[in-house]
Structures are given as structure tokens and as C-alpha cells.
Ligand binder design. Structure first.
Ligand SMILES: Cc1cc2nc3c(=O)[nH]c(=O)nc-3n(C[C@H](O)[C@H](O)[C@H](O)COP(=O)(O)OP(=O)(O)OC[C@H]3O[C@@H](n4cnc5c(N)ncnc54)[C@H](O)[C@@H]3O)c2cc1C
Length: 377
């Protein structure tokens, strides 16, 4: 393989694409306007939960999430090998807990279709539920147990990917300033100008991985990119893996125990533009849910509170695919609530696009053109 690739955006998606492109032999540069991993990717809870996140049907998005989960063992192994850093991957399994009899009505059909897709999910209640998650409140009458779901420590995965990229020779432009223009050169190639770098950056191909900020590329790419930020507020308590053994999802919040002696509780969903501060109301809601579902949290203080901006498209699906006549631009953005889970499959699909391997059918639902065509019809 030969060719130069410029990745714009230093979150999990940009780092994963840069890692994959470098592994395939491309000459890769990664440009980040601000700090590597400083946005959504560093804020995430790190859950790899395709079944908990997709409860309705095995649509294209669910299948993308599931294939990404299947890539995780090999992917994590490669990242850890190339970086020498552990991403703290924990095969905890997860519990989706229910409080009311009425919540149980859709459970059997959900179990049926998800088990056909390899979930190995089980319905648990009463003493069996108490046995596997002893600190859960009596209010939890039953749960679906997903043994296949797991989690990583997202900031560590970011750190490991950055190190792996550096070890593979990726050039980094961090704190490069705002993107001022991107020009598609006739005959191939791209040229990009930022507010801080003195010279333009050129490459044969560019991969746009700019998370919640990707909408600004509309003006240069001449396509419709309806990506907007959805703020997620999240907090953590001191606590052990014994206190919350699985990832636990309720209808109001989720809890994930981390190796460093923290239990993370997330996450709100609100619209606040590009504001990344937490609000008293948002965090109070999480604390209230924590005390309700795990009474041992009562009186325990949160030790850290933070927020990040999920990159959401208007149909909830990411934009994955090539753009432009010369196909010199590849979009990989809009991963909304599942960017950590989706990082391996995104990188592999982008790698195949760089290599010119066709996967047009599987990528059709995620086409970067789908909103442009919808506007023109
Ligand atoms: C609270 C919270 C919890 C979450 N929990 C999970 C979870 O448990 N599991 C899961 O799978 N996902 C989770 N997510 C979602 C996940 O974090 C995102 O889907 C993922 O981080 C998106 O990665 P990204 O690289 O596209 O975006 P980002 O990490 O936001 O990175 C985008 C980068 O682009 C840079 N940038 C800004 N402007 C430009 C520009 N003009 N050009 C180029 N670059 C630019 C930014 O500075 C940033 O570094 C969570 C999100 C939040 C907020």
C-alpha cells in the first residue's frame, strides 16, 4: 500500500482510523484542532453493549454494533501490543433491570430475536438476580442478563491508540487551531488550512472524524451533514467492582464499575449547543437514580462530574463512506451513543475504503449522501 492520508479529528474514531491506516502501510498524519481525546471520547463510559443499546430489532445499525463487538478481542490485542498500554477491558456482562410488571411485556420477543444473534441472554428475577448483583435495590423485580457485553476504560483506550499510532509512525498535529478551509484538488488530493499551522497540510486522501463538529464541513464538501451535539452528563463515585459487578442499565441511568476503584454513573441527554459543563439538575438526577437503584450510594459523595458531546445525526446512524468525484474524502462521523463500541468496525471499513475494496451494500444505510438526496428529492 502507498499513499498519504490525513485524519482530521483526534477522538476515538480519528485515532482508530489513523491506527488502521498506518497498519495497512499508509503514510498517516492526524490533525486535531485542540487536545487529543479531549472531547466525547475522553468522556465516555466505555460500554460495549450492542444488545442493551438496540432493543427493538436487528436492523443495520444493530448489525454494525454487533460486528464491532466481535472485532474487539483482536482489536484490543493489536492496540495493546502496539502501545504497551492496557485499555482495562472488563468482561463484566450487563443487566438491564426492570421495575414494573408492564416493563416485562416486550422481554420475551426481545430475548428471542437477540438470542438468534448470539446474545446468550437470560431472564433473571428474585433470588437469582439478588445472587448475581447483591447490592441492587428490591425495586428491581427482574433483569435481562447479557454475558457478552463488556467495557473498556475509554480514556485509556484513547491513550493507547495515540501511543500505538505514534509507534507506527503517524505524524501528529495537536492543537492545530480551527480548520479554516479544505480544498479538494482537481485530479486528486486535498489541502487543508488551519488557524495555527503556518503551512497548508496536503494529502492524497482525508478522513473526516470530527465528531459533533462535523457539520461545519458542509460548506466545503457540498453535502448535507446534519450532525449536532447531544450533551451527556456523567459522574463517578469511589467504589469497587464487587459493589456493582455488572454494567447495570435502568430506564433512568447506568452504572459501570472500573478497575481504578470508581463506579461511573451516566448519563443525561440534553441539548446545550457546544457547552460541555455539567448542571446541578443533570447531576442531581443521576445521584437520585443511584440512590434509588443502589441504596449503598446514599450519603456517598460523587468524586468527579463531567460532560461530553455525543455526535448525533438526525436519523441516529453514523456517516460512513467516501465523498467527492475523486473519492478523496472519507467520512467517519456521527457515532452518537456508541462511538467507543463502533471504533474497530469503523476503522476496518475505512481501511477497506482506502484500499479500494468495495462494500457498497453494507455501507448503504450509512451513506454520507443520504441527507443530501433526501433534501433534493
Ligand atoms: C457521557 C458520555 C458517555 C458515553 N458513553 C459511551 C459508551 O459507554 N460506549 C460507547 O460506545 N460510546 C459512548 N459515548 C459516545 C462516544 O463517546 C462517542 O460516540 C465517540 O466518542 C465519538 O468519537 P469521535 O471521535 O467521533 O468524537 P470526539 O471524541 O468528540 O472527537 C472529535 C474530535 O474532533 C475535534 N474537532 C473539533 N472541530 C473539528 C474540526 N473542525 N475539524 C476536525 N476536528 C475537529 C474535536 O476537538 C475532537 O477531539 C458516550 C458519550 C458521552 C458524552
Amino acid at each position: 500500500m502507498s499513499g498519504s492520508v490525513l485524519v482530521v479529528g483526534g477522538g476515538i474514531i480519528g485515532l482508530s482510523c489513523a491506527f488502521e491506516a498506518a497498519r495497512r502501510g499508509y503514510k498517516v498524519t492526524l490533525l486535531e484542532p485542540d487536545r487529543i481525546g479531549g472531547q466525547a471520547s475522553g468522556a465516555a463510559a466505555g460500554m460495549l453493549a450492542p444488545f442493551s443499546e438496540n432493543t427493538e430489532q436487528p436492523d443495520a445499525f444493530f448489525q454494525l454494533c454487533l460486528s464491532s463487538l466481535k472485532q474487539y478481542p483482536t482489536w484490543v490485542n493489536a492496540v495493546e501490543q502496539h502501545s504497551g498500554i492496557s485499555v482495562e477491558w472488563i468482561n463484566s456482562g450487563s443487566l438491564n433491570v426492570f421495575q414494573h410488571e408492564a416493563d416485562l411485556l416486550p422481554v420475551q420477543s426481545r430475548l428471542r430475536w437477540q438470542n438468534k444473534w448470539g446474545a446468550r441472554a437470560e431472564f433473571v428475577e428474585g433470588s437469582a438476580l439478588k445472587g448475581i448483583e447483591p447490592n441492587l435495590s428490591q425495586e428491581a423485580i427482574a433483569a435481562i442478563y447479557y454475558p457478552e457485553e463488556s467495557h473498556v476504560y475509554a480514556p485509556k483506550l484513547v491513550e493507547a491508540l495515540e501511543m500505538a499510532c505514534r509507534n507506527l509512525g503517524v505524524t501528529f498535529f495537536e492543537r492545530a487551531g480551527d480548520i479554516q478551509s479544505i480544498e479538494l484538488i482537481r485530479g486528486g488530493g486535498v489541502s487543508l488550512l488551519t488557524s495555527r499551522l503556518l503551512e497548508e497540510v496536503r494529502a492524497e486522501r482525508v478522513i473526516i472524524c470530527s465528531g459533533a463538529w462535523t457539520g461545519m464541513y458542509e460548506k466545503w464538501l457540498d453535502i448535507s451533514i446534519p450532525i449536532h451535539p447531544i450533551r451527556g452528563q456523567i459522574c463517578s463515585y469511589e467504589g469497587s467492582l464487587e459493589e456493582v459487578r455488572h454494567m447495570v442499565f435502568s430506564s433512568q441511568a447506568y452504572w459501570v464499575g472500573k478497575k481504578e476503584g470508581r463506579i461511573v454513573c451516566g448519563a443525561s441527554e440534553d441539548v446545550a449547543g457546544f457547552e460541555t459543563s455539567v448542571t446541578e439538575r443533570g447531576i442531581k438526577r443521576l445521584i437520585k437514580s443511584s440512590e434509588r437503584w443502589f441504596p449503598f450510594f446514599s450519603g456517598r459523595q460523587t468524586v468527579h462530574q463531567w460532560a461530553g458531546l455525543r455526535p448525533a445525526t438526525t436519523d441516529g446512524l453514523p456517516l460512513l463512506g467516501a465523498v467527492g468525484e475523486e473519492k478523496s474524502v472519507i467520512m467517519a462521523a456521527g457515532h452518537y451513543r456508541n462511538g467507543i463500541l463502533l471504533s474497530p468496525i469503523t476503522a476496518l471499513l475505512v481501511g477497506d475504503l482506502l484500499d479500494g475494496r468495495s462494500q457498497s451494500a453494507s455501507l448503504l444505510p450509512f451513506s454520507p449522501y443520504r441527507f443530501t438526496y433526501a433534501c433534493n428529492n
